[in-house]
Design a protein around this ligand. Structure first.
Ligand code: B12
Ligand code: GTP
Ligand code: MG
Length: 386
């Protein structure tokens, strides 16, 4: 017996509640300030994902400025800020100020968590669109997100804010505004490998290292860098949890990196060439242009090699304990590598992995990394920049 792809695997009410909207809602879930309460935000993230929403989680300890940059760059329909640390009256207005500064004063903000009744008026005055106190039903939150999801216009502002909108339209196969400049960046680097291999952590470290070198005047790191990170879209609800950007420390990188998370089914990269060119063409000034672009694939299996045709250079990330030497001889993903990254070098089996890989790598470099500690990252960036 075969099972249709859209048959849910559990009794949980996974259901596409957004199919009738003009586009998939994109919600940025953010936690600002020194607030470690992440249970609520995770509950909301799952409920929204399981209702067909594309949820971007930016992680804990965001500043109002970094959350505003994330919201602009991701072209979200609404920010959902969860506040449990009694700092909403300061951080809420600061977020509104930052949104105006980064060119998206129109972006709606919902706030929830521990919000005393007597503070709600001040938050509304500051420009927060809706407040939700504890005990809000999940379906109410889904409905509020639906309400915030309006037809997208093709003009939203200028600079990076406009780039983010252009990408949304291109990714949805809708016409991009006339006048959008398209230019392929100087280099486009694909980062692929199995789910959880550490691709996002590596990319986060690479963009940090790139930015440090750019600031120090290294000619190979001219301009700024960008990232397009793909995560999978649910075959049941079309929802997605876009969790790659959470590895990047935007509190320190700020505007130095353009980061965009996108959901796809399988290896459907049909819009990627246009997205790449829009990013490369967004800024005319060479010092501001996103001239080096990293593309992180969805966690890939042996067979998933399509990324190769869209990028100039491919890094394949492997981890210890993936199998014996026979695995190395199989056709597929190892064949598309221009550089091999043996990440999680702190795990047992690293030496065996490198030894087996040497047999198939030929002249292609093998770089050992511990992405969580930044170990091996300068060497990897050297290998990628050529
Ligand atoms: C569990 C808990 C913890 C856990 C956190 C675990 C984790 N990883 O999240 C631990 C033990 C670590 C913890 C620590 C602390 N906590 Co605590 N904690 C709680 C507790 C008991 C429950 C929170 C919870 O998880 N609820 C379950 C989730 C699912 O619900 P939720 O978070 O409320 O989210 C729901 C809604 O609020 C809403 N929602 C939330 N955010 C948003 C955002 C949007 C946009 C929308 C639409 C909806 C929405 O949707 C969610 C689903 O329905 C609350 C008290 C309470 N009953 O609320 C205190 C509480 C939040 N903690 C509090 C405090 C003070 C602390 C500590 C400072 C120390 C302390 N005294 O305990 C530390 C600080 C930790 C830190 N690093 O920030 C205070 C906060 C006071 C305030 N803000 O005025 C509370 C209210 C307790 C109290 N009455 O004093 N805490
Ligand atoms: N011990 C160790 N853990 C690591 C290392 N690199 C990444 N991790 C951890 O591995 C987990 C997955 O890392 P990600 O960077 O999200 O992996 P990914 O390949 O992007 O995952 P997907 O996008 O889901 O395919 C996280 O918990 C990281 O902290 C490493 O070098 N050593
Ligand atoms: Mg990832």
């Amino acid at each position: 017996m075969t099972t249709a792809l859209n048959t849910p695997t559990t009794e949980f009410e996974k259901k596409d509640r957004c199919a009738d909207l003009p586009h998939r809602p994109r919600v940025l879930l953010g936690k600002m300030g020194l607030d470690g309460h992440d249970r609520g935000v995770k509950v909301i993230a799952r409920a929204l994902r399981d209702s067909g929403v594309h949820v971007i989680y930016s992680g804990l300890w965001q500043t109002p400025k970094s959350l505003a940059i994330s919201a602009r760059d991701e072209d979200c329909d609404v920010i959902a800020a969860s506040m449990m640390s009694n700092s909403h009256l300061v951080l809420g207005p600061n977020l509104m100020k930052s949104l105006a500064e980064v060119g998206r004063p129109d972006l709606p903000v919902y706030m929830g968590g521990i919000l005393p009744q007597e503070d709600l008026e001040a938050l509304a005055k500051a420009g927060i669109s809706k407040c939700f106190t504890t005990g809000t039903g999940l379906i109410d939150i889904v409905n509020a997100v639906r309400e915030a999801t309006k037809q997208r216009g093709d003009q939203v502002g200028s600079g990076t804010a406009q780039l983010a909108r252009d990408i949304s339209l291109a990714h949805d196969s809708k016409p991009v505004r006339k006048g959008a400049v398209r230019r392929r960046p100087r280099r486009v680097i694909g980062v692929t490998g199995s789910p959880g291999a550490g691709k996002s952590t590596l990319v986060a470290q690479l963009v940090g290292e790139f930015t440090r070198r750019a600031r120090a005047g290294d000619a190979r790191c001219r301009g700024r860098c960008g990232v397009v990170a793909f995560d999978p879209m649910s075959p049941i609800t079309s929802g997605a949890l876009l969790g790659d950007r959470l590895r990047v420390d935007f509190n320190s990188l700020g505007e130095s990196v353009y980061y965009r998370s996108l959901a796809i089914s399988g290896e459907d990269y049909h819009a990627l060439p246009e997205v790449i060119e829009l990013i490369g063409g967004a800024h005319a000034d060479p010092a501001q242009a996103f001239d080096t672009l990293f593309v992180e694939t969805v966690g890939a299996g042996q067979n998933e090699t399509r990324i190769r045709q869209f990028v100039d250079f491919t890094a394949v990330v492997l981890t210890p304990g993936m199998g014996d030497a026979v695995q190395m001889d199989k056709a597929g993903i190892l064949e598309i590598a221009d550089v091999f990254v043996c990440n999680k070098a702190d795990h047992p089996g690293e030496n065996e992995l490198v030894r087996d890989l040497r047999d198939v790598a030929g002249k292609r470099p093998i770089v050992e990394t511990v992405a969580t500690r930044g170990q091996g990252v300068p060497e990897l960036l050297d290998a990628l920049l050529g």
